[in-house]
Design a protein around this ligand. Sequence first.
Ligand code: RP5
Length: 178
Amino acid sequence: MASQDLPSRKVSKKAPAVVPPVVSVIMGSKSDWETMKAASDVLTEFGVAHECRVISAHRTPEVLTGFATTAEQRGIEVIIAGAGGAAHLAGVTAAQTVIPVLGVPIESKALHGMDSLLSIVQMPGGIPVGTLAIGTPGAKNAALFAIAIMAAKRTRLRDKLKAYREKMKRKAAEETLP
Ligand code: RP5
């Protein structure tokens, strides 16, 4: 078909706009995804652009350094790091960026996440990691905490967070016992 025969209606060839992530959800292993998916789900529910990646402090230390040292220039505002066992991912990440890092202790088989919890929470003074609960509740709360941090300067996000709390309040108030 000659170009003059083309219909006058313009067909946009542009790919759909990709929103750059503002939150990074990282985890030490694919096996952590079962837990960390809860953080991603909450961020999706709130419409927060985020990325999820497996990065290990001990298996891929160079990748972690690359990630942590470039996160700021990529526009990342909060990092959520889930790891289990001798869980150094959150601390090593926090050591290499001033972006707030929230740690999620994964429930390990051997010690049920107590090892992960203590590894993440017991940061020596100077490099903070905000540590959440062990397992899925921690992953969920890490996302809500990230949202609360970002909501400080985003009115619509703050309103969504208030509506989320209201919904929880109504549900609890309407609870009936068998
Ligand atoms: C940590 O080791 C990960 O965060 C994971 O929780 C744990 C076990 O990893 P896999 O052996 O399941 O890969 O680095």
